[in-house]
Design a protein. Sequence first.
Length: 649
Amino acid sequence: MKTAAVRPASIRWDADGTAHSPDFFDADIDRAAALAQARRVFLDGNQLPSRWAGRDHFTVLETGFGLGDHFIATWDAWQRHTARCGWLHYVAIEPHPPTRDDLARAHAASPLPALARALAEAWPPLTPNVHALELEAGRVRLLLAWGDTAALLRELACTADAFYINHPAAMAPTAPQPVPLAKSLARRAAPGATAVSLSASPALCDALSAAGFELSRAPATAVAPAFMRARWQPRFVPRGRRPSSPRAPADVLVVGAGLAGAFAARALKALGWQVQVLDQHPQPAREASGNPAGVFHGTVHPEDGPHARLLRAAALQAQRSLHPLLRAGSLAGQAGGLLRVQASSSHGVQTDDLGVITSMRVLVQAQGLPADYVQALDRADASRRAGVALPGPAWYYPGGGWLAPRTLVEHLLRDLPFVGATHVTALRRAGERWQLMDDGGQVLAEATVVVLANAAQAAQLLAPWGAAAWPLQRSRGQLSHWQGDAGGLALPLGGDGYALPLPAALGGGVLCGATSDIGDNEAGERPADHDFNLQRLARLCALAPSAGARLQGRVAWRVQAADRLPVVGPLPRPVAAGSCADQARLLPRLEGLFVCTALGGRGITLAPLMGALVAAQVAGTPLPLEQGLLDAIDPGRWLVRAARRGPGR
């Protein structure tokens, strides 16, 4: 999906604090009236909360979030309903979201102040596409999609039980046309799904009726105007792949106790699944996730392609997941931001600072990237933040930071069953369950679902099941660390390599690195690699260990795909030559078999989002990425590429 900069809502304020905006149809009424209207129209019209009673999962899809009144009303009803569903999923699109400050100001006199305040505190940066928020300890899940309504409706991967057809989708001049809108809703409608709209235009009514919705009209009341109600009851369901529906929690085995496996296991447990984690090592985080520290942050790229969009979404998810743990002291690390030094030369051509910082700021403005996601700093400002002299301008990521990944993995797995020193060499299907086998053919464990998060070994286990060979690369990385003085370095740095200041509890000093040598299997540290790391560090910030300081290091191997994107999702079924679908989303799948691997050198950044994604895929709940990015990281993407190239090419 091609993305565009997000334009925040245009809001004008009266002296009494009332908001007026051309972007929201209900901005001109006070929040108490908006709450009453939301309850009468959108909740009563969809027969909520009674329809979610006794359900594990219930999903609402709103086509215009506005100031969040309908979400707050739904959240409040969920809180107050004694027979509420286990998990409330609320998916909302908004082309022009308010800023955090405007949202808080609009709800300053909210009749539900605690909920309004919690929403404002969780409000994400106004970057394009999808943001997954967790409230009520993960029981209320808010998926916010910023951008074009029509495009996002095509890209959302979810099945909805109730629709709030809200401005601007139904009424704005730039809204999707009624027929595409109705078809998009029908493709995401669960059996018996209901819909409500304040617009009852003939064009919208005709489109919904043609898409399989039966319509009725509710009369006006003292608190709300007349509105249209609908129920999806099609005479037939068109063929084609539909988003997955929620499935009842069952048992799941996660193979691999690194960052990917730990986040997947934790996310599955949060959705009610019975999780067991297995690993070939006696203890968790003994591969690359056992490095003493690592960084997490987003990225900016002129083309804003799949890599940049995925890493932006992942960095924001990492910020939401990791900052509370770091601030609470649950992990070793720092959540105070990260600086990525911008190269001052390209292909040997030197560029002056003014030219570099000008191009950086033009790029930020063109992509509409907000300051709470990234800032372009000149050399002086960047150096002041870093605490050391930098060679040029830098990108500052306020949500970035560093942490000790082993402490993170141990925290995530602290109350989950873990079985170490377990060598899984084969998978076997037994009825509707998967069995993990050892090299002697004995069953190690079995479950309804298996998630393979064991790096390159995942591809080996899947080969007998017809999985096409993935072009994976295994690269050796050696990092370097000296203890003692950090030379004034205050924030982690990235660019040509990375550097971060370690606290006294981890030996102090600076950690830097790392090398990347594909196909290199030497396990021991190499002095030449330490020299390489120090040379890059000198170019990054002119730091060097004091005379006599002893360098320590660690060697680990990272796995990444040739296209440098993760491999995450359900495993495709073997397909006959020439019969492959031309889109990854259309490939048939093996029931209950998933993979989460190839996070490469960005494991800390990617793992929170990839773990949440594979858990949602297992559970059939709304996915925290748009469909275009799901296709880009799908395990079957190489099958699709081969099919597009044609036979013999």
